[in-house]
Design a protein. Structure first.
Length: 261
């Protein structure tokens, strides 16, 4: 597999509306990243929002993803120009910013992710992203701006309310619908499920109107198919819950078999 070609085409695949599967990895483990890539996921997401992941971990996990031929994104802990810049310098192929609620926030995120003249990202050709000066010059700046994926998480009622303004921001490539956090932010009650479902529809329809790819997190393959039918092109899932369920099922079955042996 030509990993560099796979990666530089990642944003194009998203913009073209290709149906893709992504894996979230919240543990600082290059090995888990490799497992995700070799399992056949189209891309991996380093989850630095909820996991104990540092910038140093991002570098090693990005290296593992690229060696396995998989594009890699980072969900940053929050909007932070520094964390975004250092993740991009590490060579990641996209950034996912959580808890986004306004168009102004999206504009700041875009600026932080892109080199001048369209953005304010600081330039360091000696960073890993540019081969430690192996690739430098104006063409590299343009290429980086063209290939980096700009994406945000919408997971609050305010974010859903402002979804049309958010998606109207030029340069936004993908919106990930965060149903779990949205439910928590709404407050659990008898109408929560209905409100979340309405938001899922609203975000998908806004994506179609504005030409922005929509993504959603799922816990099962059945849900992946269901949301694909509702217009979501990208589906992501957490690695650790699946690993835990697989291991738990194995332990349960093995214990029963061993007890009867």
């Amino acid at each position: 597999m030509n990993s560099r070609n796979e990666r530089t085409g990642f944003r194009r695949r998203i913009l073209d509306g290709e149906k893709l599967l992504g894996a979230f990895c919240p543990a600082p483990s290059p090995e888990l990243i490799e497992v995700a890539a070799y399992s056949g996921f189209d891309f991996v997401v380093i989850d630095a929002e909820h996991g104990p992941i540092t910038i140093s971990d991002v570098v090693h996990m990005t290296r593992a993803a690229h060696a396995a031929g998989a594009p890699v994104m980072v969900r940053v802990p929050e909007y932070s120009g520094e964390f975004i810049m250092r993740s991009l310098d590490a060579g990641v192929d996209g950034i996912l910013v959580p808890q986004v609620e306004t168009a102004e926030e999206v504009q700041r995120i875009f600026q932080a992710m892109h080199y001048p003249p369209v953005g304010v990202r600081g330039l360091a050709f000696y960073a890993r992203a540019h081969g430690f000066t192996r690739r430098s010059g104006p063409g590299v700046i343009q290429s980086a701006n063209e290939h980096v994926l700009t994406s945000v998480l919408v997971e609050t009622p305010r974010g859903v309310e402002n979804i049309d303004e958010i998606m109207a921001v030029e340069g936004l490539d993908m919106v990930l619908m965060g149903t779990g956090d949205l439910a928590a932010n709404i407050g659990y009650g008898p109408e929560t499920a209905m409100k979340v479902d309405d938001a899922v529809t609203r975000v998908a329809e806004a994506g179609k109107r504005h030409g922005v790819t929509t993504a959603i997190a799922v816990q099962s393959s059945e849900d992946a198919a269901k949301f694909a039918r509702r217009g979501y092109k990208v589906v992501v899932t957490g690695m650790l819950p699946h690993l835990l369920r697989f291991c738990s099922d194995f332990v349960d079955a093995a214990r029963k078999g061993m007890a009867g042996g």
